[in-house]
Design a protein around this ligand. Structure first.
Ligand code: MEV
Length: 324
């Protein structure tokens, strides 16, 4: 029959990464232009009685930093059987076609897991509700990343920016595709270096175990920044929003989550007229994000970041939904 299909996309955290693992709120936006599509094609199970799910990677994308088929994805298949109450044997070829760069803090692991769950659900005729999809993606993320807040599991399926806290999220009245002209433009830039979210989360866990006060101060300060930034966003105060992003970067940098190339890209974004800039995602490499207030500034900000070493940039316009 026809293969089951699942899709998901990348995400970029605007404020609050790492602190969100300890209960702080975080702001995140989907990046619908970076997608992963998974096809799951069932075949007749061979006679040896076992399930057979084989994973393969499609396309000519840059060589993966980490293997795309993780223990998390294999674990997901087991959990899928339970949650979807599949009684017969499960045999399928699962083909992952991902345009999301890996190990860059853009949510590629959660997006692959989400697309795989949706493809399996489709192939085996077991539609899952949003809560079940989230739980399965989270189960896979926990194996792949250790401690995961759940922000990637939700944001990789969201159509609007989210305020995430403690495992649930509220959609913000912000659109990604209009109105035109956009109120603001985010520039996301890849440093070209892989960063392990798992290692970054571990690094902070050790640091916080040694000194509880550092943890409390970090979580409180990031919470305050995120709440203040949310108010700015809702009121259209982009300058304030940007300043809170940059402050959030300094807190992450002081804890050792940034790298020299990312710091240089942040400085370059600000020098080019960006309203704010910071590392985004797990850190220790990966990506940074800048806010260019006036959409006309986006190109200059992107060029500035590229001149400082970015290997790739994405421009993401956002606009407030106006109440009429
Ligand atoms: C990863 O996108 C964000 C982190 O806060 C980890 C998590 O929340 O699971 C670094």
């Amino acid at each position: 029959g026809r293969p089951g299909v699942g899709r998901a996309h990348a995400k970029a955290i605007l404020l609050g990464e790492h602190a969100v693992v300890y209960g702080a709120p975080a702001l995140v936006m989907p990046m619908p232009e970076l997608t992963v599509t998974v096809h799951a094609t069932r075949f007749a199970c061979p006679g040896d009685g076992a399930d057979k799910i084989s994973f393969a990677i499609a396309g000519q994308h840059p060589a993966p930093v980490t293997p795309l088929v993780t223990d998390g994805l294999r674990y997901l298949v087991e959990k899928f059987r339970e949650r979807a109450a599949v009684t017969g044997r499960m045999c399928a070829d699962v083909l992952i076609d991902s345009g999301i760069p890996q190990g860059r803090g853009l949510g590629s692991s959660a997006a692959c897991a989400r697309a795989a769950v949706l493809a399996l659900a489709d192939a085996f005729g077991r539609p899952l509700d949003a809560g079940a999809v989230y739980d399965l993606v989270q189960a896979s993320e926990t194996v792949a990343h250790g401690r995961a807040s759940g922000i990637d599991a939700l944001a990789t399926g969201a159509t609007a920016p989210l305020l995430f806290r403690g495992g649930s999220a509220r959609e913000l009245p912000i659109t990604m595709s209009g109105p035109r002209p956009a109120d603001g433009v985010f520039v996301v830039a890849d440093s070209g270096a892989g960063g392990s979210t798992k290692e970054a989360v571990e690094l902070l866990r050790h640091r916080f175990e040694q000194d509880e006060q550092i943890k409390e101060a970090f979580v409180r300060r990031v919470s305050d920044l995120t709440v203040a930034a949310l108010r700015d966003l809702e009121a259209g105060r982009l300058t304030g929003f940007g300043a809170h992003m940059t402050e959030n970067h300094r807190l992450l940098r002081d804890l050792g989550i940034s790298t020299a190339p990312i710091d240089a890209m942040v400085e370059a974004a600000l020098a080019a007229g960006g309203l704010g800039a910071k590392i985004t995602g797990g850190g220790l490499g990966g990506c940074m994000i800048a806010l260019a207030g006036d959409p006309g500034r986006a190109e200059a900000v992107a060029h500035g970041i590229e001149a400082a070493g970015a290997v790739r940039t994405w421009v993401v316009p956002v606009g407030r939904v106006r109440q009429s």
